[in-house]
Design a protein around this ligand. Sequence first.
Ligand code: ZN
Ligand code: ZN
Ligand code: FE
Length: 758
Amino acid sequence: MRDQKFEEVVAYRINVNGVVQGVGYRPFVYHIATELGLNGFVLNSGNGVIVEVEGRPEDCLKFIERLKAEKPPRAIVKTISYEKIPLKGHDGFRVEQTISEEVETLCPPDVAVCQDCLNELFNPDDRRYLYPFINCINCGPRFTILERLPYDRVNTSMRPFKMCGECEREYSNPMNRRFKAEPNACGACGPGVKLYYKDKLLRVSKPISEAARLINKGFIVAVKGYGGFHIACDATRGDVVSELRRRKKRGNKPFAIMVKNIEEAENIVELNDAEKKWLLHYSAPIILAKKREPNPIAEDVAPGMKYLGVFLPYTPIHHILMRGIEPPAIVLTSGNISEEPIIFRDREAFEKLESIADYVLTYNRRIVNFADDSVGFVQDGQLRLVRRSRGFVPEPIEVELNVDSVLAMGADLNNTFALAKKGRIFISQYMGDLENLSIRKRYLETIRRMQQLLNLKYDRVAYDLHPAYYSSQIGLSLNGEKIPVQHHYAHVLSAMAENNILNSEALGVAFDGIGYGKDGKLWGSEFIIVRKGEYVRRGHFKYVPMPGGEKAVTEPARMAFSYLYDAMGEDALKIDIGLSDNVKRALKNMVDKGINAPLTCGLGRMFDAVSALLGVCLTRTFEGEPAVMLEMVADMDAEGSYPFKILGDKEYVVDTAPIISMIVEEMKRNIPVRVISKRFHETIARITVELADTIRLEEGIKNIVLSGGVFQNRIVSTRVKRLGEERGLKTFFNNIVPTNDGGISLGQVVASSLAGEE
Ligand code: ZN
Ligand code: ZN
Ligand code: FE
């Protein structure tokens, strides 16, 4: 018999918030509670996980300490709060059903299949041997199958599948790895895979192996993934890849490849530790890594590129498929035509992919939320996403700012929108370019869906200052208070938000193609001071005309002419940039008379111009192509840079004429394009740091925040970082949020909330 005083029993109620649903949090709590001999229960509520424990005071406190110190691998614990409550006399420790209150808890992103499940998948003695929907509490689809919170099976597209006895036993046994694994299933009770030729069902016993065999034979096969359909083909066969390009109506834009495993990936691209880590990460993004030369991949997969977008199998279907694939890698690109949205419904797949894919490998579980693959690259050991979607969405960005009830529309290119609630900003999955009508339709649908899914409301609408943006026009048609946000201010705020420096002042440097400025001109090379919810423009590059407006964006030779004409006047007509004399004279006329020649200082346009001037890219087939190709040709060993001039004082202007003149000079002297390209990049980096340093000294500011599409350029961003370090500057870039316009929605939310604070 124990001494009476040790029989003292107390009770605590604990509330855990964060990403704690669908990540094995309840079994984890159950284990600790039973180990410590505590009674009580754990449940998922609309407001995080709620635990009640009863037991000896020291055990209860030990329990709370362990919750603070430990967590299951995928959980993200944001807050743990607890209070002493009256005893209820619980008997044992139970895992209870979810109770619904106001739903506030986060929805987990999709998770790549885990090693435990893979071991079972390929174990002939396992009851799930080769079952393509194997999953557990640590892995499987999440966001893409979720209709509403809380994350419970009845709220997902697993609802129609009734678990068999064995699955049910796993699901309800707190000691089992599949305890409360909402998509739990097996061959007897879960979804199944089917293979079609066009829309005719093929009666084959092993549809996935058959699909692999067809890919090996050179066919193009559509494969349904977590967030939509992919198109797959042999990545080593140039003829097949070119055929896919033709059918998809895709210019030179690179395709991503799925590689069998990390060892094969290392034979195709060079991988450092951070790149390997991200390839193997449960978010399974596409990583842009340096091509090995030679490599077995067809050149047409990523023509002219130094980098290849590679990723590893992340669904059980991929793993089974890749086992049957003979080449080391397949092209696996979003299932869509040209710039249209990714297809995620079977009906649409049969209708629209017919012209692209010979065969369709699909399954009978609905994708509720589409999500393209996320894409990123590693710079200085850090992941930098250029597309944030599957595997990351809808994890919120948390800010120490009263962001609440805002809808931010984003910008038109690489669109995402965002919804905010209580300091959390939920950035949507990647939408695409709103210039496309079907993307606009999906945009409105998805805004509605996300509100429903995450139970978010808004009474303010933040949108881009550009009056002609579709996102702005659509935003203005919605209910709520309207808040216009300048594009480059939003870029800078997006990087400040994810670097957690919203409370300090910063010098923002925003370089991109084009954004609408306060003065009605097209900005894009901004040096702005961000202070107390406002910004002041302190510098930019020189304005030049864009002869033909939008046409100058798709035909970079027009920009080349404009910069040449600005730098050397009439002599510009003598320089060969792949345009006829007539065209050049017409362009000169437009510029002289100011007809259809809006002014821009967008640095992206200057990259376009130099790319065309050097003959690297005269017409573009995808967004950013001229600048990307200019980066690709640069010889990293080349040294030197060009002279530049910075004019003005209150508002500095970088004169671009000396740079352009020097480039022309060097071309005449037959300096190789790869050397000129590198020197141009170096020059831009030097100007950036020089001017940033000047302004920050005048303003007494420490933090330099760099954002905008130009900072996807690895030469510019690494050189700016290095040169900045040499001068003791503290530089911040976007990482998990795209530095391109995919990050604008985040900046808009922040801007609208800062404006509301004054
Ligand atoms: Zn698993
Ligand atoms: Zn089953
Ligand atoms: Fe931009």
